[in-house]
Design a protein around this ligand. Structure first.
Ligand code: PEP
Length: 246
């Protein structure tokens, strides 16, 4: 099973999201060997979930609030996304951490909220360029993974996305062999927190031209695609490329 998840970020408005969702519905994908999911904006998620019902695609939220309900202007809770049919939620995406100032403690609370209600979190982790250059990659990833301590992961589904910050939206994708070494390291680190096998996706400037170099490596369970997932041709060509090797 390989995972191909598409984070549409804030690239598409309501109409554009529905147009892309409906275009994806016209295609046939290998549902037996692929796990496909899309992450539209909160504005479009309910329409997209309804359109994708009975399709190969699951739908997830890009961000959640850990509080269930209340005076939190502008926020949407994990529970509210679950109530409209979301299956997944991105938690700790680098843009949330570095543009919106989300802390590890925020990430921990979001993970906990998702796990408690049965929304599958995709915990996004990744080091900045300065951290990589100064040999602090593992220290950074170790700190970001430490939010898992104390969470009840038993029989819960959770995924990790390794997304080096310097590779996101830059065209400067991580060397696949290097990414695989990091995935191996993450797998070892995860043993501190869970006895279960946790899938790890690579994210950062994935496109049709390089996707095979990642998904053909055993420690890379799939990809989280940003920019290239928000356009029909580029997203479909990524999925078709992966279908050729599974
Ligand atoms: C992302 O936002 O998760 C991402 C990987 O972006 P991109 O593919 O555009 O680098």
């Amino acid at each position: 099973m390989k995972y191909i998840f598409g984070n549409w970020k804030m690239y598409l408005d309501f109409d554009e999201s529905n147009i892309l969702a409906n275009a994806l519905l016209q295609e046939k994908f290998d549902e037996n060997n692929l796990k496909l999911a899309i992450f539209p904006s909160a504005l479009a998620i309910r329409e997209v979930i309804m359109a994708m019902e009975n399709s190969a695609f699951s739908v997830g939220a890009q961000n959640v609030s850990w509080v269930e309900k209340g005076g939190y202007t502008g926020a949407i809770s994990a529970q509210m996304f679950l109530n409209v049919g979301s299956e997944y939620a991105l938690v700790g995406h680098s843009e949330r951490r570095h543009i919106f100032g989300e802390t590890d403690e925020d990430v921990r609370k979001k993970l906990q909220a998702c796990l408690e209600i049965g929304l599958t979190p995709v915990l996004c982790i990744g080091e900045k360029k300065e951290e990589k250059d100064s040999g602090l990659r593992n220290t950074c990833l170790q700190r970001q993974l430490a939010v898992l301590a104390g969470l009840d992961l038993k029989n819960k589904e959770i995924l990790i996305a390794y997304e080096p910050v310097w590779a996101i939206g830059t065209g400067n994708a991580c060397d696949p062999v290097e990414a695989e070494q990091v995935h191996h390291w993450i797998k070892e680190e995860l043993k501190k927190y869970s006895g279960q096998e946790i899938p790890i996706l690579y994210g950062g400037s994935v496109k049709a031209e390089n996707v095979i170099s990642y998904v053909s490596l055993p420690a890379i369970d799939g990809v989280l695609v940003g920019g290239a997932s928000a356009k029909f041709e580029t997203f479909v060509s990524i999925i078709k490329k992966v279908e050729e090797i599974i």
